[in-house]
Write a protein that binds this ligand. Structure first.
Ligand SMILES: *[C@@H]1O[C@H](CO)[C@@H](O)[C@H](O)[C@H]1NC(C)=O
Length: 112
């Protein structure tokens, strides 16, 4: 009995890990989960605070209310329309340094 409970645990855990890894590689971006209505900070890779970067969402300019501080993009009071694929490019060459898939709201794996 205890044994089958233990193996069931392992199977479930393995499935979760595989699902998460697949999702990550599919999108080629890390996923950041945030709560609706909060201010969200996204950091461009490990660039230091003096780095100059440009942020895009879904390949276009960020139109939502935001602030930018060096390599960090701060979205103010996010809602569902803030979901998207955020990419940052380091100036002056425009080299892509990071990609973040922003997910607002609740997610079954990460209950709020
Ligand atoms: C980005 O694209 C996704 C999927 O098409 C869409 O749901 C989302 O609203 C877009 N985000 C922005 C900020 O335009």
């Amino acid at each position: 009995m205890a044994n089958s409970v233990t193996s069931l645990c392992c199977v479930v855990l393995a499935a979760v890990v595989v699902a998460y890894a697949q999702r990550r590689s599919q999108l080629g971006a890390r996923v950041q989960y945030e709560r609706m209505g909060s201010d969200v900070t996204m950091q461009c890779g490990s660039l230091d605070s003096t780095a100059a970067v440009t942020w895009k969402v879904n390949g276009t300019d960020v139109r939502a209310r935001h602030q930018q501080d060096g390599p960090q993009l701060v979205l103010l009071e996010v809602d569902l329309s803030s979901n998207g694929l955020y990419s940052c490019f380091q100036e002056p060459n425009g080299e892509r340094r990071d990609q973040i898939n922003l997910r607002i709201g609740r997610h079954p794996m990460f209950p709020v």
